[in-house]
Design a protein around this ligand. Structure first.
Ligand code: 0O2
Length: 210
């Protein structure tokens, strides 16, 4: 069984490794042009087997249909400083031709009831294997640092309480999501100031290292 999973998950791992290199590369290109990078950092993971099985049961997906019906076995996260950066990143993803966009889910314009905000882009990414090309579904989640902070904390609590939050925790999480929303809004208001400071700081670092 383990061997079967290793074989099944190998192209997903390959897709994540390749996409991380490519998407991190975009950050380097912005830096090279001394432009603000809309991408702060990129992470990726293959969903653990236990979570795949859990989700398959929850959503009634048979194991034979995992490949076509579970869109986030391979997941990439792109973190941005500002909400506007998310839209810039999505536009850049739309013009790339190394994958095909299958679906977009905008949980920023309409957040989930939990308070979750993020922009999801599901893509079909081709990996080259010794048996030929294989197209893999990858879910790219694009979010601000504040959205990521909230989602990471909520995810751990969700695990702790198996999704059954006590009422007070649920309310606090919704309030924390509102605070994260306000933080993003405030940061967007002073975006010009922040970027000017960051440009001065990176020029100074460059001068110091010469
Ligand atoms: P993990 O551990 O991140 O892999 P569903 O799973 O039913 O909510 P669906 O149809 O798979 O939804 O698509 P969706 O909601 O676009 O993407 C699911 C993924 O988005 C989740 O994966 C999380 O990563 C993230 N997500 C969605 N809603 C929430 C939320 O309320 N809180 C947090 N913290 N993350 C969320 P998994 O499989 O849940 O988990």
């Amino acid at each position: 069984m383990i061997q079967h999973w290793d074989l099944f998950l190998a192209p997903y791992k390959q897709a994540i490794d390749e996409m991380k290199v490519k998407l991190k590369g975009m950050r380097g290109q912005f830096k090279m042009q001394s432009e603000h990078s809309p991408i702060e950092f990129v992470t990726g993971r293959v969903k653990p087997i236990a979570s795949i099985l859990d989700k398959a049961t929850r959503k009634g997906i048979s194991l034979e249909k995992l490949e076509d019906e579970m869109q986030d076995i391979a997941g990439v996260r792109m973190m941005c400083q500002f909400v506007d950066d998310i839209h810039r990143v999505v536009e850049i993803l739309r013009i790339r031709n190394d994958f095909e966009i299958v679906e977009e889910r905008d949980y920023i314009s309409s957040r989930k009831n939990s308070g979750y905000r993020s922009y999801h882009v599901v893509v079909r990414y081709p990996v080259q294997t010794i048996e030929g090309e294989k197209k893999i579904l990858v879910e790219i989640q694009i979010r601000t640092l504040a959205m990521n902070f909230w989602a990471t904390i909520e995810h751990s609590l969700n695990y702790k309480y198996s999704g059954q939050f006590p009422q007070d925790i649920k309310e606090r999480l919704v309030r924390a999501a509102e605070a994260a929303y306000l933080l993003d809004a405030e940061m967007s208001q002073i975006r010009g100031e922040i970027q000017e400071a960051q440009a001065i700081f990176s020029r100074k670092k460059e001068l110091d290292s010469n």
